[in-house]
Design a protein around this ligand. Structure first.
Ligand code: A4P
Ligand code: MG
Length: 373
């Protein structure tokens, strides 16, 4: 049984809650927001990329742009370096609703709040919500520390240099000029000689898959042409050209759903984030063929399908093979038969039945040729 006093207390609490909401809420029209992303626990680059993908898939949020990622020295207690970046979102949510969405995404990585400014798997903060100034108990907008933090102002100035801070009337670019930028460096993905990255104008779609991610981006190419391009972001594949002591090549005939049939391939596997491709293939060759190699040589790497994917294949020559007595189990979803062939038999198959051998096998066979003669 509830008594009148209890109802009275509940209704006072509710009226406070609704008055708080009405003070915070804004119309349902869309608002441009700037948010900050930070991570220094776990695979931070992957976490930040996934957070961007999740935001872009959230209803009533359009991802306008995001910055590159920066490696930043930690502010606060001793802890690992952070990766930081910023994003501009168009949202049809109120500030408290947006905060709720950001906290929910943070919780996907088991974010626990322990010490102030302590390490974190993912931190998502609202920097600006249009030109709104809010000071309520759960939320302060603009973010109270943004003006003193190079790890926020550098990525923000990259994507929104002319945004005016409604509190100081200064642009982001001006604010950035006043902070010490020495602890912030751009996280560069390894560049190959001659690489010319396109300019990212807008991210339109980002989907996180089990093995690879899919993006649609508006880009400006080095020849100044602008357009939307679809791209599969892939961590890479590692492949072995295994040769038995008798000089036979070990291949696998594998069912491939995308082409509705079986292909002859050298054993290969997807490189896990942060894994050395040389380790990936040592594991995969045992699982797929039941052989272990004593001698390994790198054959180099090559792009697999650069028209729509950034996947590289890392190719290795695997020699001095021995058959394992108890080979590890194959992945459940794999349907594989081991096939032994001489180099001459493989060459004949490639030349006469081109559609029965996959492209990475044909390319790696060419790279291995000097070793096989
Ligand atoms: N909150 C209030 N205003 C906001 C806002 N504008 N955006 C409330 C988001 N949240 C806001 O808790 C933040 C709580 O504050 C939210 O739940 C919301 O109710 P938190 O993220 O756990 O923050 P905290 O660690 O307790 O303190 P603080 O000052 O918010 O931390 P920051 O500002 O997030 O800083 N060094 C580098 N190099 N890079 C970093 O990213 N980050 C921090 C944490 C420390 N050092 C860093 C970095
Ligand atoms: Mg936060």
């Amino acid at each position: 049984m509830h008594n009148v006093g209890e109802y009275y207390l509940v209704s006072i609490a509710l009226s406070h809650f609704y008055s708080l909401l009405s003070r915070m809420s804004v119309s349902r029209s869309s608002h441009l927001c700037a948010i900050a992303l930070g991570s220094n626990i776990g695979n931070s680059q992957q976490i930040l990329n996934t957070a961007i993908a999740l935001l872009s898939q959230t209803p009533k949020i359009t991802l306008e742009k995001h910055s590159q990622w920066y490696r930043t020295q930690p502010i606060g207690p001793p802890q690992p370096d952070y990766l930081n970046g910023c994003a501009i979102l168009k949202v049809e949510w109120t500030p408290p609703e947006l905060l709720g969405i950001l906290l929910k995404i943070e919780r996907r990585w088991g974010r626990k709040r322990r010490e102030k400014w302590g390490p974190r798997s993912l931190d998502l903060d609202i920097l600006f919500y249009g030109d709104r100034i809010l000071q309520t108990s759960p939320l302060t907008i603009p973010h109270p520390h943004l003006r003193e933090r190079a790890f926020v102002l550098i990525p923000l100035a990259e994507i929104a240099p002319h945004w005016v801070d409604p509190v100081t009337g200064k642009t982001v670019k001006d604010l950035r000029q006043k902070v010490d930028c020495s602890g912030v460096t751009l996280l560069k993905t390894p560049m190959l000689p001659g690489q010319e990255p396109p300019q990212l104008l807008k991210q339109r779609l980002a989907y996180q898959g089990r093995k690879f991610n899919f993006e649609v981006n508006r880009l400006r190419l080095p020849n100044d042409v602008e357009g939307d391009w679809e791209c599969i972001r892939h961590p890479g594949g590692s492949l072995a050209v295994p040769v038995t002591p008798e000089g036979k090549l070990v291949l696998v005939r594998q069912y491939r759903f995308a082409i509705c049939g079986r292909l002859l391939e050298f054993p290969a596997g997807t490189v896990e984030p942060h894994e050395d491709p040389a380790e990936t293939i040592k594991r995969e060759i045992e699982e797929e063929t039941g052989y272990r190699a004593k001698t390994w040589n790198s054959l180099g790497k090559f792009p697999l399908a650069p028209g729509y994917s950034d996947e590289y294949i890392y190719a290795f020559l695997a020699r001095d093979l021995e058959k394992l007595d108890n080979p590890p189990h194959q992945d459940e979803d794999e349907d594989i038969e081991v096939v032994l062939m001489t180099p001459q038999e493989l060459e004949k198959t490639i030349l006469t039945e081109t559609a029965s051998v996959d492209a990475k096998t044909i390319a790696s066979f060419t790279l291995a040729r000097p070793w096989l003669e």
